[in-house]
Design a protein. Structure first.
Length: 66
């Protein structure tokens, strides 16, 4: 099924959790909603999973220049 989806490389449950948290963050979903969706007990765990990219960081910094 993974190859049928066009995915390559090693796919792990942990990797999918990182991807889910990151995508939810990119779509501006509340970290608390993400925490519940991933089943984390502690928000700090969720924040470790949610990665930001350069574009998101630039957008956040641009807010300061407005």
């Amino acid at each position: 099924m993974i190859h049928e989806a066009g995915l390559t490389g090693k796919i792990t449950w942990n990797g999918l959790r990182h991807t889910t948290a990151t995508r939810m963050t990119l779509h501006k979903v509340s970290p608390f909603v993400t925490k519940d969706a991933l089943g984390h007990k502690d928000i700090r765990t969720t924040l470790k999973y949610a990665h930001v990219n350069v574009e998101v960081m630039q957008e956040a910094m641009a807010v300061l220049n407005r």
